[in-house]
Design a protein around this ligand. Structure first.
Ligand code: PL3
Ligand code: FE2
Ligand code: FE2
Length: 246
């Protein structure tokens, strides 16, 4: 057990090949690990299901893209299946009630925007914020995952870039008409994502995922997306500041 004066990195067991240098793997069969996994895995399963539902809903807002959006939605159901298998493989039961609660503020904002026909807000929430959150979480999880889950997560993360890219391309093509709604939606939803990252930190730490790594990876994907959409560094810094307020 690492103590205060033996930080995790120092307790790492160097393998003959050296691949895991600096990262020690958790005990996947401990009750501590399984308990944290029951919530983290449920968050991922719920997130994949909601992502599916959100892409289907987006198809009703952008009818000429409905087919492409249905294709993205199908990928999300495949992800959900994969992560359900990860829990089964570790004999863990996902705490779905916890996960629904976890997503409810963001879910509520998406539903409100959908009812108002606000396609820009819906795209920012799903295709930028949720996808960047998923990408950062999967990146940080992969090196400390059990071998079965690692393989599945590696496949999933490639798809999530397709989804992030979809949102970027649409918003880039419609930037001038979207700017104001995008900034407003960012101000309302980025603080929710920051809170979600804070809420998973404790359980993520049990999985040997570091909160600062998670946040840094999220901010990287988020800022790259805004750059691609066409915001200047100054505008991006201003938008990122919303994470500190609210
Ligand atoms: C969109 O395609 C998916 C949305 C999922 C949101 C994921 C949130 C991740 C929280 C931390 C998870 C660590 C990974 C563990 C995998 C079992
Ligand atoms: Fe996904
Ligand atoms: Fe996705």
């Amino acid at each position: 057990m690492p103590s205060l004066d033996t930080p995790l990195a120092a307790t790492a067991t160097a393998t003959p090949g050296g691949e895991e240098l600096g990262l020690d793997l958790p005990d996947f069969s401990s009750s501590l690990y399984k308990d944290a996994y029951s919530r983290i895995n449920a968050i991922v399963i719920e997130g994949e299901q909601e992502a599916h539902d959100n892409y289907i809903s987006l198809g009703s807002l952008i009818p000429d893209q409905a087919e492409e959006l249905a294709r993205l939605a199908r990928m999300e159901l495949k992800h959900k299946k994969g992560f359900t298998a990860c829990a089964n493989n570790l004999s863990v039961t996902a705490d779905m009630e916890f996960a629904k609660e976890f997503f409810s503020p963001l879910h509520g904002n998406f539903q409100t925007a959908l009812a108002e026909g606000k396609v820009v807000t819906c795209l920012l929430i799903q295709a930028i914020l949720i996808e960047a959150f998923a990408i950062s979480a999967y990146h940080i999880y992969i090196p400390v995952a059990d071998p079965f889950a690692r393989k599945i997560t590696e496949g999933v993360v490639k798809d999530e870039y397709t989804h992030l890219n979809y949102g970027q391309e649409w918003l880039k093509a419609n930037l001038e008409a979207s700017r104001e709604e995008l900034e407003q939606a960012n101000r309302a939803n980025l603080p929710l994502v920051r809170k979600m990252l804070e809420q998973v930190a404790g359980d993520a730490a049990v999985l040997h995922m570091d909160q600062e790594d998670l946040m840094a990876d999220f901010m990287t994907s988020y800022q790259e997306a805004l750059t691609d959409i066409g915001f200047t560094p100054r505008e991006i810094a201003r938008m990122a500041t919303a994470a500190l307020l609210g």
